[in-house]
Design a binder for this molecule. Sequence first.
Ligand code: 2RA
Length: 336
Amino acid sequence: RKYNVAILGATGAVGTELLALLEERNFPLGKLKVLASERSAGKSVKFADEDLIIEAVTESSFDDVDIVLASAGGSISKKWLPIATKAGAVSIDNSSAFRMNPEVPLIVPEVNPEAAAKHKGIIANPNCTTILLSVAIYPLHQVQPIQRIVAATYQSASGAGARAMEEVKLQSQAILNGEPAIAEVLPYPLAFNLFPHNSPMTDNSYCEEEMKMVNETRKIFDDPEIRITATCVRVPVLRAHSEAINLEFAQPFSTDKAREILASASGVQLVEDFSKNYFPMPIEASGKDDVLVGRIRQDISHPNALELWLCGDQIRKGAALNAVQIAELLIAKSLL
Ligand code: 2RA
């Protein structure tokens, strides 16, 4: 059977990756629609050597659609995905609009595929930092429940969009030319600099990006008690996030056991050669499906804690690939 797919937000970095993945993964595609706001209507995007004309999204856009892949921001998702549901489509939403809605499953296929069966027309794709973290640590959580997670993130410019990726390049060139670095898309100069994530502050002095890691991980793991803290930082890297993770367990967790588990974990590639200080790097994670994990070591300050380091492509597994894998899961489990 083939499935009619609509991409809502086809012109952004994630939308572009969604199109590439549908082709690359031989998705059982019937008709493909690319939808965006009036502003982008009429422009074309490439798919399988064809030019697809972008249509302005309307009330009837979803009438003959089976699956909507949305990556157009929360307000667009809130407006249009309930309409898509009424039209009988199932939406996979990359925005944060529905992630914490109890009626909406929040899915990482390697972690909680069974939760997808509870969908009522909308499934939420987690935040990129949460997806990468979950893929890397859930295999350990399954062997011994994690009690506490301390995360520090090193987030690529791609998380702020394609224009931010361009801007950090321009800023780098400017600085090398002895000129000032102009920050327009980004809140501050990012070239040769870094800054704490600029998402809105919440009332506990954590920014929204940090609270997403806390709240989303608890929902995906179905474990409201797990203690999590995060410090999220934007760094001058193009499209792969890195995360330094400390995991505390109730009992000691051997590093050899952790290494053995992660070496065979789905969606994970173990990358570490201590003799060469060779560990995951964003330039090697970019463009890859897997989350690269390495630097697994005993926390010398706590007998029941492990440290690890990960890098993962923010646009791919951090957003578009996870969404397409959810669509593949829905098809495989007849959940459409
Ligand atoms: C960021 N996680 O990197 C956000 C984007 N989805 O800013």
